[in-house]
Design a protein around this ligand. Sequence first.
Ligand code: NAP
Length: 251
Amino acid sequence: MHVLILGGTAEARRLAELLAAGAVPGLRATTSLAGRVTAPRLPPGDVRVGGFGGAEGLAAWLAEQEADALVDATHPFAGTVSRNAAKAAADAGVPLLALRRPGWVPVAGDVWHEAGSLAEAAELLPALGRRVFLTTGRMGLAAFAALDDLWFLVRSVDPPEPPVPSRGEVLLDRGPFTLDGERELLRRHRIDVVVTKDSGGAATAPKLAAARAAGLPVVVVRRPPVPAGVRVAATPEQALEWLARAGRGGR
Ligand code: NAP
């Protein structure tokens, strides 16, 4: 049995590791990466890099490579590839599972402002602060580029490309982050508002605890929905159970 894992997340890597260790006997995995990051953390097993050419290209790949199952373990905000996966799986007749880590939930002391998009987050900012810690990644920063009165600490894995905010600094770094590190960052840069996607997971959550401790507001960008009708697993272990069932002819 052959499974294609659409990757780019820690959960996708973990699933590939479990499968490489023989968690589902007789199952071989290929992980696909978009190729956005210059030095990605590679999972074990077969890896392919680059787009497929939309849903049609992905459906053709699934047929050519005789894939028996597809796990969309992409980032919760990678909406296009997830929509493509749903269409391609339906067209190719391949069972699909979305592996999505749960989103974050506010706790006592959090001051969260929800936004439906990066553009909406940018609209909220001027009323919330002057010095912004922007942690939404290097894509889509154009949404903040016109906010000339605000100063931005932009954190991303690879350097962002213009248009980007005119005032501020870029910090190239990749999680996991620590609470002490995040608190120090907020203090050193005199941050008064944080912007994040609702990415979920432990690796980047310390910024939320640091903001809470400092009493800072956080603008949280909501996730796009998982395509209708697609089954969702919250952990790599749940995905394994689904794969084991799929291997026995169940779903
Ligand atoms: P996207 O907007 O949903 O996808 C854009 C295009 O990139 C897709 O149409 C597809 O090209 C290609 N692509 C995306 N993921 C792919 C994969 N795993 N394998 C092969 N091709 C892929 O995605 P994105 O937001 O740019 O994210 C790109 C990658 O970075 C994803 O794999 C995601 O897991 C990871 N990532 C994203 C974020 C985020 O915040 N968006 C954060 C961390 C990691 P074709 O149409 O040509 O197939």
